[in-house]
Design a protein around this ligand. Structure first.
Ligand SMILES: [Mn+2]
Length: 360
C-alpha cells in the first residue's frame, strides 16, 4: 500500500548519517569515552550529545550554543529567546517562555518521520541565547529590531522564542529594516492584535497595528488566521478593515479547510512583489482545551494537527523568519503549550528544508 507511513519508511532508508557520525566522533573526544564497564561505544563520560534526553544543557533542540553573535552568519538558523512580558495585559509569565521551550525541546531529536529528513544533516543550527530584555516597551522594540536585523543581515534565518506578542512589532521592524523590498506577515492568533494602544502603551494586543505602519509593510500583505471569540477589540477590528488586512476566522478554517486557508494566506501575504514573509505564531491560536499555558486563552482555536498542517503548508513557499510567542509557563501545566510551541518551530523548519528554502 502506498500510504504516507510506507513512504516515510522508504525515506528513512535514504537519510544520510554523515553529520551525525562526524558529531559523534567530536562528542566522544570532548566528553571522554565512557568508563570501561560500559560497552556501548556511543556513551561518553560527560554528556555532550543528545542522549540521554533529560540530561545535558538545554539549548533549543540541543543545538550548539553560539556565544559570539558576530559569528551568527556561520549558521543557517539561529534560535534566539526574547524573555519579555511587560507587554502582557492579563496573565503574565511569558518571560519564561524561551526557557520552557528550550527545556521541552529535549524531547526531540532532529529526525522528522513523515518528512523523512534529519534537520542536522541539512542545516546548521545554533542557539544564540537571549536578547537582553529591558523593562520598557519602546526600548525593548529597539533591542528586538537590532537583534533581528543583525541575524537577517548575516544571512541567517531567525527563530524567535517569545515572550509576549508585543515583541512582534520589534521583530517585524528588524526584518523590515534588513529587507530592501516589501515584507508580508502571516499571523496565527485568536486575536487581531490591531489596537493602536492598550493601557496607554503598545502592549501585546497592538503589534500588527504598528507593524502595518512600517514603510515596507503593506497592510494588504498582512494575514491574520484563527481569529475569533470574545476577546477582540472593536477598534482593532476597524483598523484591520480600514487598512485592508486579510482576516480568516476559525469558521473560515472549518468551512474552507486547512489547505485552502494556506493558499489564501500565501496569495495575500506574497501579493504585489513581496520579497519576504514573516510568520508570527501566538500559541493562543491553539484551542485552550489543549493549550492553556498562555496569556489570553480562548476556546475554539486550532487542534494541534490542524495547526501543524497549516504551518507546514505556509512554509512551503519559504519564509524570512519565524516567531512563537505567548508561551506562559506559570499557567502551563505539564508543559503542554511549550511543547506545542516547540513542535511548531520544528515543523516549520522541516517544511523549509524539505522544500529547499533552507540548507539548499
Ligand atoms: Mn497575539
Amino acid at each position: 500500500m502506498n500510504t504516507n507511513g510506507q513512504k516515510a519508511l522508504e525515506l528513512a532508508a535514504q537519510i544520510s548519517t554523515t553529520e551525525k557520525e562526524k558529531r559523534k566522533v567530536k562528542e566522544i573526544e570532548m566528553g571522554l569515552p565512557a568508563s570501561e564497564s560500559v560497552t556501548d561505544e556511543n556513551i561518553t563520560t560527560f554528556v555532550r550529545g543528545e542522549h540521554p534526553s533529560y540530561a545535558g544543557l538545554a539549548t533549543f533542540l540541543r543545538s550548539t550554543y553560539l556565544e559570539d553573535v558576530s559569528k551568527v552568519g556561520e549558521v543557517d538558523v539561529a534560535f534566539v529567546g526574547a524573555p519579555f512580558d511587560a507587554g502582557t495585559t492579563f496573565r503574565p509569565g511569558t518571560r519564561f517562555g524561551p526557557e520552557a521551550m528550550r527545556n521541552i525541546s529535549k524531547l526531540y531529536q532532529t529526525y522528522h518521520f513523515e518528512a523523512g529528513i534529519d534537520l542536522k544533516e541539512h542545516i546548521k543550527m545554533a542557539d544564540i541565547g537571549d536578547i537582553y530584555s529591558v523593562h520598557n516597551l519602546e526600548k525593548q522594540f529597539d533591542q528586538l529590531s537590532k537583534a533581528v536585523s543583525h541575524i537577517v543581515n548575516n544571512g541567517t534565518f531567525p527563530v524567535v522564542l517569545g515572550g509576549d506578542h508585543s515583541i512582534a512589532y520589534g521583530t517585524i521592524k528588524g526584518l523590515a529594516e534588513a529587507t530592501e523590498g516589501k515584507v508580508g506577515v502571516i499571523q496565527l492568533d485568536r486575536h487581531l492584535d490591531m489596537q493602536e494602544k492598550e493601557m496607554d502603551e503598545r502592549m501585546h494586543d497592538t503589534p500588527l497595528f504598528h507593524a502595518s505602519n512600517l514603510p515596507n509593510v503593506d497592510p494588504k500583505n498582512i494575514v491574520h488566521i484563527g481569529i475569533g471569540g470574545w476577546q477582540n477589540d472593536v477598534k482593532g477590528a476597524l483598523a484591520a478593515k480600514e487598512r485592508g488586512n486579510t482576516v480568516l476566522t476559525m469558521d473560515d478554517v472549518d468551512e474552507l479547510g486547512i489547505d485552502r486557508i494556506a493558499e489564501i494566506a500565501l496569495e495575500k501575504a506574497w501579493a504585489d512583489g513581496v520579497e519576504a514573509v514573516y510568520l508570527t505564531i501566538d500559541v493562543d491560536c491553539i484551542d485552550s482545551g489543549i493549550s492553556m499555558g498562555t496569556g489570553w486563552p480562548e476556546p475554539g482555536g486550532f487542534l494541534p494537527r490542524e495547526v501543524l498542517r497549516l504551518v507546514k503548508k505556509l512554509a512551503e513557499k519559504g519564509l524570512a523568519g519565524l516567531e512563537v510567542v505567548e508561551v506562559s509557563p506559570p499557567y502551563d501545566h505539564n508543559n503542554q503549550t511549550a511543547l506545542m510551541g516547540t513542535r511548531i518551530v520544528c515543523d516549520v523548519l522541516s517544511s523549509l528544508v524539505k522544500n529547499k528554502h533552507l540548507g539548499a
